[in-house]
Design a protein around this ligand. Structure first.
Ligand SMILES: Nc1ncnc2c1ncn2[C@@H]1O[C@H](COP(=O)(O)OP(=O)(O)OP(=O)(O)O)[C@@H](O)[C@H]1O
Ligand SMILES: [Mg+2]
Length: 376
């Protein structure tokens, strides 16, 4: 159904809320991977409560997320997470104005658990329901709350349009964000995501799961030029990424290593790998800044989002790049980079504001590219 049609259908309902004296409250539910999370966020950009139940310890022994186990763990946790979220905000479901939940993309067993919980709550309490695209949660959360790379607690107002580096466990894309539901793809990975590259390299080194934070930490003590990792596609004029060559190089270096790896070896390895990833991101974003589609709308903000946005080296490099192009750099605070309910609640509010609420049954989707949103 088109955005226009949805807006017309729900205008009456919207009007009564838009003129409301008090902020609108949204309960957001996230369950697309290995975090069961819920949050209550209001339209004045306050997070009233936020509960994240992480399943990481349950998946660690398998070296990655096991979808079947994840779905079962979401079923066991979801009611309690929602109950605690309401209690922590001192609210009941009657106080909530909008219910939102991730409807994809993600591990479908988990998505179904969160989506069915949200549907049940919205229907029984007669509340509007928003089907949130998980990636849009990552993409819009810097409009709820953003900090600068130096950790200074400055809240930056991120207006449309902005350039978004979406770097998460499953995605690596450069997007031009024109508005809610309006995403233009500028570049994307041809193989792995940045998060996958971090996780796989960590696994090769025997560092555990998830690998991103561990490699990031080890890199801080290492020499970034100790190993000559390639910079795939950096000689190409487009904005695409490829991490498979970096991964293959990692395997080749490790095959040549003799005996147990010393701490110094691992630190140098992580620093060199990370330097290659950072160089690729900066190189690809530099091309994006020169892209005619980007120049045409003169975005004022460069944003990084997704779990990999926690990476301090990536944040610092992108801040420098933003300065070079006279742009403001913005990133979500650390706890809003990896999956969380607050980003879903905020995306729920942003979608609700433009009238995108559910009016007919929604089938959750394992695959749901951001670029398909504008046509819905
Ligand atoms: N400090 C860090 N440096 C690099 N990577 C990190 C860091 N912290 C977390 N990550 C990576 O972030 C990823 C998880 O991010 P996120 O939760 O957004 O992914 P996802 O939800 O599984 O994927 P998607 O959002 O694409 O569906 C993991 O690959 C993890 O290793
Ligand atoms: Mg995610």
């Amino acid at each position: 159904m088109s955005e226009e049609k949805l807006m017309r259908l729900d205008m009456g309902k919207l009007d009564s809320h838009v003129h409301s004296e008090r902020p609108i409250l949204c309960l957001g539910i996230e369950s697309s991977c290995d975090e069961t999370s819920a949050a209550i966020v209001d339209s004045d950009r306050n997070i009233l409560s936020h509960i994240i139940y992480s399943q990481i310890p349950e998946h660690q022994k398998f070296g990655g997320v096991v979808p079947e186990l994840a779905a079962r763990a979401h079923i066991l946790a979801i009611d309690e997470v929602i109950k605690q979220t309401l209690a922590a905000a001192g609210k009941t479901i009657e106080d909530i104005d909008v219910v939102a939940a991730t409807a994809g993309p993600g591990l479908i067993g988990g998505v179904l658990v969160g989506w069915m919980a949200a549907t049940g709550i919205a229907q029984s309490a007669n509340k509007p329901l928003v089907a949130v695209n998980h990636l849009e949660g990552h993409a819009l959360v810097p409009r709820l709350c953003a900090t600068l790379a130096d950790g200074a607690n400055k809240n930056v107002s991120v207006d449309f349009p902005y350039v978004l580096m979406l770097a998460s466990g499953g995605h690596c894309q450069i997007l031009l964000v024109h508005g809610v539901g309006k995403y233009e793809l500028i570049g994307q990975t041809l193989d792995d995501s940045a998060g996958e590259a971090y996780d796989k390299v960590a696994k090769m080194l025997g560092l555990g799961y998830p690998g991103g934070p561990i490699v990031d930490k080890r890199a801080q003590n290492g020499k970034p030029d100790a190993f000559a990792f390639p910079r795939p596609l950096c000689d190409k004029p487009n904005c695409d990424f490829s991490f498979s060559g970096i991964k293959t190089a990692a395997r080749t270096f490790l095959d040549k290593a003799d005996g147990a790896l010393s701490d110094e070896y691992i630190d140098d390895f992580c620093a060199s790998f990370q330097a290659a990833v950072v160089d690729c991101i900066v190189n690809r974003l530099t091309n994006a800044m020169r892209d005619a589609r980007v120049k045409a709308v003169a975005p004022k903000t460069l944003v990084v989002a997704g779990g990999v946005a926690k990476n301090s080296a990536i944040r610092s490099a992108m801040e420098l790049l933003a300065q070079k192009y006279n742009m403001t750099f913005a990133a979500p605070p650390m706890n809003l980079c990896t999956d969380n309910g607050a980003m879903i609640a905020w995306a729920g509010l942003e979608n609700w504001r433009v009238g995108k609420i559910v009016t007919e049954p929604v089938a959750p989707r394992p695959r749901w590219p951001l670029t398909e949103l504008k046509n819905e």
